[in-house]
Write a protein that binds this ligand. Structure first.
Ligand code: FA5
Length: 341
């Protein structure tokens, strides 16, 4: 047995010197230190040996086991070091290589138009006033001079929530009353941008979800002339040239008198297309002189104060600015469209 142990030790150590990965090391351990190895066999057969032989074999078997175990640990460490050196050699990081450019997006074309609008009105002294997209029926209609069952409510098809009296706002006008209630009795000059929702037939020029930028000026001696001057100047500043606009008499329950402003349709050059419904003009906003009842709901005395208000459609302006012939493109999320702006 002693001889066999000596031979095994020599053979095992010789083999170990050639192993260079973890898997073959494990196989080696199973073979020379596992259940069927000579070392384990030596401990099993010891019982059958004579009293003299037993301690000798026991001692030798222990020595061999320890020698093999520590040799294996040393080999394992060496293999690990070699692998590390190899990795350092092959996976070298070349910091001089040009980096990969991250894909940065850009602002949505309508957001870009909104920002142009903020800047123009900012220059004219209007502050941005944010107001909520989910509104009460009172703010969206009643305080805008449209009591329950008023037929004018039919102008705006509405999304209702399952909470009584809570709706998605159909226009940014409810913000007028929020602003008035916050600022009264001081004069006001604000724009109120944001999303609006209408349960409407979608078309080339109309979406169910779209933005508006409301404007509101309240003070003493504010007239319809101020409104017209402000909006004409706005159009000039936005398009950076003289553009043809026209004011059409209209009706809104919360303004008196009321008007809509159309702009020459640049999409067809005035010749007529589906966007302008073959009229050569595109409606871009509704406006008027604030109705005395709305001033009263907002906390202002209509004997002393007057005001004007307007609601612009930034999608329509973006269509004119970039000659886009279908409003539905804005929500399609098609990169081929969006990347052009
Ligand atoms: C209103 O919403 C009024 N609140 C505007 C107003 C404000 C009048 C203050 C008086 C005083 P109207 O429904 O016409 O009005 O919409 C105003 C503008 O929003 C339109 O001129 C158009 O540019 C845009 N707009 C309206 N509906 C849609 C739609 N479905 N899709 C895209 N833009 C729309």
């Amino acid at each position: 047995m002693l001889e066999k142990l000596d031979q095994t030790e020599q053979k095992a150590l010789a083999e170990l010197a050639h192993l260079d990965d973890e898997e073959s090391l494990l196989q080696w351990r199973a073979e020379y230190l596992g259940k069927k190895s000579t070392v384990t066999e030596a401990f099993t057969v010891m019982r059958e040996l004579s009293k003299e032989e037993r301690p000798l074999v026991g001692k030798r078997a222990n020595e061999v086991r320890q020698a093999l175990e520590s040799a294996m640990e040393a080999r394992r460490e060496a293999v690990k070091q070699r692998e590390l050196m190899k990795a350092l050699e092959t996976d070298k990081l070349d910091v001089t290589l040009p980096g990969r450019t991250p894909q940065v997006g850009h602002l949505h074309p309508v957001t870009q138009t909104m920002r142009l609008i903020y800047r123009i009105f900012g220059d004219m002294g209007f502050q941005v006033y944010r107001s909520r997209e989910v509104e009460t029926d009172d703010y969206n209609f009643t305080f805008l001079n449209m009591p329950a069952h008023h037929p004018a409510r039919d102008m705006w098809d509405t999304f209702y929530t399952n909470q009584e009296g809570v709706i998605l706002r159909t226009h940014t006008s409810p913000g007028q009353v929020h602003a008035m209630r916050e600022y009264h009795p001081d004069p006001i000059r604000v724009i109120l941008p944001g999303m609006c929702f209408r349960y409407e037939q979608v078309s080339y020029r109309s979406e169910m979800q779209f933005t508006q930028v409301e404007g509101l000026a309240v003070g003493e001696d504010i007239t319809f002339g101020d409104l017209k001057g402000t909006l004409s100047d706005f159009a000039r500043r936005l398009f950076q040239r003289e553009v043809r606009t026209r004011f059409r008499a209209s009706h809104f329950p919360f303004t008196e008198p009321s008007a809509e402003m159309d702009m020459e349709c640049f999409i067809c050059g005035g010749e007529g297309c589906p966007v302008c419904k073959y009229t050569g003009w595109l409606e871009i906003l509704g406006s008027g002189v604030v109705h005395p009842n709305v001033l009263r709901f907002g906390g202002y005395d209509p004997e002393k104060f007057t005001g004007f208000a307007f609601g612009i459609g930034p999608e329509r302006l973006t269509m004119l600015l970039h000659q886009i012939d279908d409003i539905r493109n804005f929500w399609r999320n098609d990169l081929r469209f969006l990347e052009q702006f």
